[in-house]
Each structure stands twice: as structure tokens, then as C-alpha cells.
Design a protein around this ligand. Sequence first.
Ligand code: HEC
Length: 220
Amino acid sequence: MAQRFGLSMSGAVCAMCICKLLFSRVAIKAVMIHCAMLGLLVSGATVADSESDNVIDAADALAKDVPGRPLTSAEIYALDSHIFADGARLPDGQGSVEAGHDVYQQQCASCHGGRGEGGRALELVGDRALLLTEFPDKGIGVYWPYAPTLFEYIQRAMPPDNPGLLTNDELYSLIGYLLYLNDLLPENSTLNRHTLADIELPNRDGFVDQFTVSPVELEK
Ligand code: HEC
């Protein structure tokens, strides 16, 4: 169980990386390096950082007694399911705000509060103040630039003690309900791969891609 938790949370971190860094090739490589550092060595994979030419090779890593083991093809296939910010690779299925209410109450409310206001875990609905103050609310309306990446994050990471539990229909329902709670979707809505990809979140332009903006630019 501990191992499963570790794996899924690192997947979650990677999903967040993708969400925040958009989806340039360099960003994807960074995510892969991140996974490798967390011990998710991909069999036969070579991950190169184009700037420094540092190469992490799974066989090398094993020879050097780096923690981790090569993944089987089935494990790689299971991990290789990144959903992109534009909705590419979202799966089939659909769900309604109404059904999402029930899934949310059963699986999420105990930590995130009855209506997403936060509790044992952080809020999913909050102030729309941008992330510029010292302790901003991290509701979905400001903390996420794109809606489709929510799908992968929740699928891989939530609920934390049983990630991967939810079906695609339940995930579409849940995201619909969370967007409804954030005033971003009417109550009678349903979501599928097309309608989820069409949603524009309000803080979409409030993020920088740290891999395409040079550090010099960022300092200005
Ligand atoms: C046992 C408590 C627990 C449960 C149950 C739980 N979460 Fe979480 N959730 C967390 C914690 C802790 C974090 C912060 C994780 C981190 O930062 O790495 C989090 C983070 C999140 C985030 C990212 C933070 C944000 O503001 O957007 C989302 C989205 C989320 N959870 C959705 C859900 C959904 C949907 C469910 C129900 C399927 C759920 N969670 C169930 C504890 C929980």
C-alpha cells in the first residue's frame, strides 16, 4: 500500500507539472526526469536534457545501484496516459453535475469539505483573488489554468488512499460538480471529452511556463 501511495502521488506531482508547465517537449522531459528521480525507472528509456546533455539511462542507473527498478511494459502503458491541456487523450465517457454531487460526498467531502470549501485538505472552491497574495485560496478557479488536466490529476491521485478508484464517468461527473461549485458550469450540465476540452478556466493566462521563458526574462 505504501508503495502504491508513493507511486500515485508522484504521478500526481507529474500531472501538476504538466498542468503548470504547459506541454512543451522540454516540459515532458522534465516530468520524465522527475519520475526517474522518484525511482520510476523506465525500462530502456533514455531521458536527455537538451541544454546540458545530461543523460539518465535506466541500465546505468541500475548498475549504479540507484533505487528503483525497470517498469514492465504493462506498467509503462498504464503510466503513459498523460492528458494534455487542450484535452488530447481525454477518454470516452460522460457525467453530470448531479451525479458528481454524490461521488463528491462519498469520496472527497471528508477532506475537502461539503462544498469544496476545504477542511482536512485544501479548498477546491475559494476566493477568486489571484495567486499573488501571501496565502491565496487555491480553488480550481484560480489554481488551475486548464480543465482537462484536472481529469488526470484526480484520476491518478485522489482519493489519496485509493487512487485509480474512479471510473471515467465518475471523473467527468466529479469535475462537472467541482466546476459547478466554482460557478464555472450550470447545474444541469453534463461533461464529456469535448465539452471538458472547451471549458476555459478564468486564470488561464495567470501562469508562466518556466521552461520556455528564460530565467533572465523572469527576473525582469
Ligand atoms: C484523505 C483526504 C483526501 C480525500 C478523501 C481527497 N483528497 Fe484531494 N487532496 C488531499 C490532499 C492532502 C491534497 C494536496 C495534495 C498535494 O498537494 O500533493 C489534495 C489535493 C487535491 C486537488 C489539488 C488541489 C487543488 O486545489 O486543486 C484536487 C483537485 C483534489 N484534491 C480533488 C479531490 C477529489 C475530486 C477527491 C474525491 C475523489 C479528493 N480530492 C479526495 C486530500 C484528500
